[in-house]
Design a protein around this ligand. Structure first.
Ligand code: AMP
Length: 105
């Protein structure tokens, strides 16, 4: 079940954020509380609550665009942690799919 949240508002540009990349399918922003020198959040523009919802329901084009974007950002750094939190009990705070890419390198 999907509901409005901070990332929905960021995607609609109702709230400001530091956008580092955008195309038809994805938005990449800097995390507001970075855990390393680079802490990017990769968001699909359409509404999926988490990775499981996305993998089960997103179109092939959306999935390709999302993972292609992750690839492009991983190619900017040598080492990184990539994190998906799935569900509140696993620490997910914002219920709109986002990949964390966290890197000091
Ligand atoms: P998660 O726990 O996986 O849901 O992560 C949510 C992330 O969103 C956290 O790392 C927050 O620091 C980040 N965050 C929350 N609000 C904003 C915002 N307005 N702009 C950018 N990042 C945000």
């Amino acid at each position: 079940m999907y509901s409005e949240n901070i990332f929905t508002k960021i995607i609609k540009k109702a709230i400001n954020s530091e956008v580092v990349f955008e195309n038809e399918y994805v938005l990449v922003i800097n995390d507001i509380a970075p855990k390393a020198k680079n802490h990017w959040l990769i968001l699909p523009k359409n509404n999926y609550s988490d990775l499981k919802d996305f993998l089960n329901n997103a179109s092939e084009d959306e999935q390709l665009a999302f993972f292609d974007c992750i690839k492009n950002f991983l190619n900017k750094v040598e080492y990184a942690n990539v994190q998906f939190n799935i569900g509140e009990k696993a620490g997910q705070e914002v219920m709109h799919l986002h990949a964390h890419i966290i890197s000091d390198y």
